[in-house]
Write a new protein. Structure first.
Ligand SMILES: [Zn+2]
Length: 296
């Protein structure tokens, strides 16, 4: 079992029935601890569409993502998949005439709902879950943003995408003054935008300092407007900070990395401005082509 994702036995959350009763509302208790079911169309998440993560209400175990949520028409929140299989336990349930599969949280054993085999492709599964057993955490609340420019954005995106704790990446253009630039505009060098990568990360799994360290190591920050064969202002090295904390960390990290180098670092540390997402074919470009690097 994966140490990062899975639930180790030592992580198991065990509380007495009395404790659960005190912590939960009567409805939440009845559903999660006594295998109850809320009436359809009464829960708060059945038609809820915001982007984020659904945790087990009782213990915070991250079980479902909005990415696999779909409208099943049943009046219960429905998901085609779990975030990872170790998050839940599937238990045969004979309580009705037909055999059903109960879905429980692997960390605290909370009853969540049932799984059926009539879901959408590719999983074919429908996790039919009680809203009252879930706690939704929006992407904006949970994850933080970091933005960097370090040469050709294909390779920079691929490098950040491999870091544990990075939730998603996007390539785009930032740092210039041209509104809504295309790749063609940026390549012309007239927009003063740099090829940039926006990283959404989970601060509980990876720190901003770790991302900075990766940033320094993935490119040469001493060559002005140049990375290897790529030359132009769009390839300059920039840390776009989103708040004072990131700015301070960036300056500190630059000083530390500078101490290891003979040549001066030319990386700009500037406040994040509008990030123009690049055309879809540039997103996860190397991943789509099964290559690791821009250098062929
Ligand atoms: Zn739980």
């Amino acid at each position: 079992m994966s140490q990062k994702e899975g639930v180790k036995m030592s992580d198991k959350l065990i509380r007495s029935d009395k404790e659960w009763k005190e912590l939960l509302t009567p409805l939440q208790y009845k559903i999660t601890r006594k295998k109850g079911t809320e009436r359809s169309f009464t829960g708060k998440y059945h038609s809820f569409k915001a982007e984020g993560i659904y945790q087990c209400l009782c213990c915070g175990n991250e079980i479902f993502s909005s990415e696999t949520k779909f409208d099943s028409g049943t009046g219960w929140p429905s998901f085609a998949d779990v975030i990872s299989p170790e998050k839940i336990e599937k238990i045969p349930d004979h309580s009705l005439l037909s055999l059903r599969t109960e879905v429980a949280c692997s960390r605290c054993d909370a009853h969540l709902g049932h799984a059926f085999n009539d879901g959408p492709k590719p999983t074919g599964l429908r996790y039919c879950i009680n809203s009252a057993a879930l706690k939704f955490v929006s992407k904006a609340e949970k994850y933080k943003k970091a933005t960097f420019a370090a040469g050709c954005f294909w390779g920079v995106e691929a490098a950040f995408g491999k870091i544990e704790g990075v939730i998603s990446t996007a390539v785009g253009y930032s740092g210039g003054d041209f509104v809504d630039p295309t790749y063609h505009d940026v390549c012309s060098g007239k927009t003063s935008h740099a090829e940039a990568v926006e990283v959404l990360y989970d601060p509980e799994k990876v720190t901003y300092e770790k991302l900075l360290e990766a940033f320094w190591n993935m490119h040469d920050p001493t060559t002005p407007n140049r990375q290897g064969p790529d030359f132009g202002t769009q390839y300059r090295s920039i840390i776009f900070f989103h708040n004072d904390e990131q700015q301070n960390s960036a300056i500190k990290s630059k000083d530390e990395f500078q101490a290891k180098l003979n040549k001066p670092i030319v990386t700009e540390i500037i406040e994040a401005a509008t990030f123009y997402k690049a055309e879809e074919y540039h997103q996860r470009y190397l991943e789509k082509r099964g290559t690791q690097s821009c250098r062929f």
